[in-house]
Design a protein around this ligand. Sequence first.
Ligand SMILES: [Zn+2]
Ligand SMILES: [Zn+2]
Length: 257
Amino acid sequence: MKLTADYHTHTRYSHGKSSVLENAIWAKDQGLKEIAITDHGFSHPAFGLRKGKINPLKQDCKKASLITGVKVYTGIESNLTSINGDVDLKPKYYDDFEVFLVGIHKLIVYKLGSYFNFSFPTLFCSTFNVKPSNALVKRTTKALINAIKKNPIDMITHVNFCSFCDPVEVVKAAADYGTYIEISAKKEHVTDEQLYLMGQTGARFLLSSDAHKFSKVGDVSLAVNKLSKIDFPLEKIDNIDGRLPDFRFKNFKEKSL
Ligand SMILES: [Zn+2]
Ligand SMILES: [Zn+2]
């Protein structure tokens, strides 16, 4: 299995340690054709991309593409901000970005109701290793499905990392709407059994590094090891062995013109 592209990488525009160009140069050395710079969404108080940095980020991505020959997309890893499926990339910013990821993250500014019945119990259970209630799992599952329905999301990142949903139900919704599911190589986020069952749905997948420094761009070894242990249909992964994905966000914007 050879990685074609890595659509989840961070830079110093949020809490990565490297520049856009450093990520792109390393990607070229790894033989990647494309990468996306997907720094954290605006509602993260400490690490979120600042709105005033959108234009410099876009320029850096363009320059890095020209210098390296690797296509460098301007992306974002937007945050889920409510149990209704709201996220912090709003349509007025759609023109600024080319790749639209969404994930659940800690310490995000949530709407009040979502804070008490979603964000706080999720943080509590993940921090103290407490089994989540069925109600919390249902709420999280519904929140992600709502997000997929309401927003033209390219990929849901690290399902069930520090959060608790029914991943198979989320993956089925993603399949219906043309949203990819990430198999993250940064952290273990689903069990082998869950990953196997996710692979039995109609969904499509992308492997990504979630690199926070340049030397991790394109490093998906943790995910490759995991996949090798189960009978996962590799033909459903659209960024390996020369394949490139068909992104929902791009298609959505083209149709809206
Ligand atoms: Zn993330
Ligand atoms: Zn990330």
